[in-house]
Design a protein around this ligand. Structure first.
Ligand code: FPP
Length: 247
């Protein structure tokens, strides 16, 4: 990791150690409520923040961004809120298609798309098809639940008649099969839990929790997250290397 001059005073860039960042964008509702606004306004602000943050991650060299937009449990929210999120999603899909060449993003929608109405599902499938291989892959989690994802993978492996299932086999049957495991998972909004997000893929991920509500997350915050990541000692079960003369 090093610094280079760009539009901001300093901008971090990343190397191969930080290929994949995942976000749980929590705090939209509280952001709106603090301003005396209905929760839907928080999601609209959150969607704007997401676009800015995803593109910035691509700018600094991150190759995979995964975003938790809607979980299998989020359907339990009031109908008005669910409708508002679906409208934001639909608008976003139109915008992403329009800006395809400009943004250089490959879109993958992770989760069970079967639940969405035909129009919305077609938009997702089309965007996946036309966006092809790009410098940034965006895994957009909609109607996503990690336990469902693991169960789906197991069912597929059984159906294939695989009797010697390995961890790699499972990984290859997850929605995220085309991405490496996340290097860091960021959750905004003060809670410190995974909420059924990337349970399998998170095995060796670093975690970063911040009180900042998602709509307030800035590109400077991303710089700080990157710096914090490079300060972590990722040992993957090994012990820290001790130089011979210090043993
Ligand atoms: C969590 O905040 C956020 C969600 C469950 C939905 C996030 C969805 C969007 C931002 C819109 C999706 C569309 C695009 C284009 C990204 P919360 O509502 O749980 O916040 P709270 O904890 O403050 O209530």
């Amino acid at each position: 990791m090093f610094f280079k001059k760009k539009e901001k005073e300093t901008v971090v860039t990343v190397d191969d150690r930080l290929k994949h960042i995942a976000f749980i964008m929590d705090g939209n509702g509280r952001w709106a409520q603090k301003k005396g606004l209905p929760r839907e306004y928080g999601h609209a602000a959150g969607a704007k923040t997401f676009k800015k943050i995803a593109l910035y991650c691509g700018d600094i060299g991150i190759k995979y961004v995964t975003i938790y937009a809607f979980s299998t449990e989020n359907w339990k929210r009031p109908e008005r809120e669910v409708k508002a999120i679906m409208k934001l999603l639909s608008d976003y899909l139109d915008e992403a298609l329009r800006d395809l060449d400009k943004n250089n993003v490959r879109y993958i929608f992770i989760g069970d798309k079967g639940i969405f109405d035909d129009r919305l599902r077609e938009k997702m499938l089309n965007l996946e098809k036309v966006s092809g291989s790009k410098s940034l892959t965006l895994n957009f989690a909609v109607n996503y639940g990690a336990r469902d994802e693991i169960v789906k993978a197991c069912r597929e492996l059984i159906r294939e008649g695989n009797e010697n299932i390995t961890a790699d086999d499972v990984s290859r049957h997850l929605y995220t099969a085309l991405s490496p495991d996340p290097d860091i998972i960021v959750r905004t909004g003060g809670e410190q839990r995974l909420s059924n997000f990337l349970l399998w893929q998170a095995s060796y991920a670093e975690f970063y929790f911040t009180e900042t509500l998602w709509p307030d997350l800035s590109t400077d915050d991303i710089d700080n997250i990157v710096l914090a990541f490079y300060g972590r000692d990722r040992r993957y079960g090994r012990i820290k290397e001790v130089p011979e003369d210090k043993k």
